[in-house]
Ligand binder design. Structure first.
Ligand SMILES: [Zn+2]
Length: 257
């Protein structure tokens, strides 16, 4: 057994037994770690006395068997270092932060670490903690995550012919934009407005980032094989259609239609 310590953000908690839970962390030096927190559901245990909730930031000590990289680690210590209490002051902020946690838990591999992704997640949570409008921070984080896992779509050229003009539609399966000339060759595609494309091309979210959020969420849903749980609650009426479309598209794919 090897012991390691790291800075960590708690992404998910899943029941494991009557007294224990599996906690999914994203750590700075080791990437995603899944660890059993034994006795965490017993209030008398003092080892996790500071409490451990999703979106908490702190230091973990875990022990793991070195010989098998995919087995669960055991959480032996948890010290919360920061509390982002502002997240729980607004449902919109909380949903935004939980969305970031959900897509990180699904799209990263165990032990595959990207320290800049850890920093990007911390920065997003910090911004969301005091933000009135979470959308820009979320788009920035979607982009960081997609870049880290090597699935950032191509927005500045047609994925089929490489031309840079008439970029009218996005295809998640093709991994980027499709131009007007190549459009008939592809089934799975979604129109992209010029302002949204500009946000995505400049990789700098600005006001009106909702269209970019919905489009990146559409791509993320395909990569996850399921629609992120809270996306629907984060967008206003105009972008809900695309969020729903990603849910329907996944359902179709999962049912083999
Ligand atoms: Zn083309």
């Amino acid at each position: 057994m090897a012991t390691l310590q790291d800075q960590a953000i708690a992404l998910r908690r899943l029941d494991y037994s009557e007294t224990s839970q599996i906690v999914v962390f994203y750590t700075r030096e080791h990437g995603k770690i899944r660890a059993i927190a034994k006795g965490i559901k017993r209030s008398t245990k003092t080892r996790f006395s500071t409490g451990l909730d999703i979106l908490d930031i702190g230091f973990i000590t875990v022990s793991r068997r070195i010989e098998s990289s995919d087995s669960l680690s055991t959480l032996t210590e948890w010290k919360q270092s920061r509390s982002l209490s502002g997240l729980r002051e607004s449902l919109h902020r909380l949903y935004g932060a939980e969305y970031a946690a959900e897509i990180t838990a699904y799209l990263t591999e165990d032990w595959d670490h990207h320290d800049y992704l850890y920093d990007a997640l911390i920065e997003s949570l910090n911004t969301l903690n005091g933000a009135e409008e979470p959308m820009e921070a979320l788009v920035r984080y979607q982009m960081s995550l997609l870049t880290a896992i090597g699935s950032m779509p191509v927005f500045n050229a047609c994925v089929a012919c490489r031309r840079t003009d008439q970029l009218t539609h996005f295809s998640s399966f093709e991994g980027g934009m499709i131009c007007g000339r190549c459009l008939p060759k592809f089934n799975e595609k979604h129109p992209v407005s010029e302002p949204t494309l500009k946000v995505l091309q400049q990789l700098v979210p600005s006001s009106g980032a909702e269209g970019a959020f919905a489009l990146l969420n559409y791509h993320i849903a395909h990569l996850m094989g399921k629609a992120p749980r809270l996306a629907q609650h984060l967008v206003s009426h105009g972008a809900k259609q695309l969020v729903r479309k990603s849910e329907q598209s996944i359902d179709r794919r999962n049912s083999g239609i």
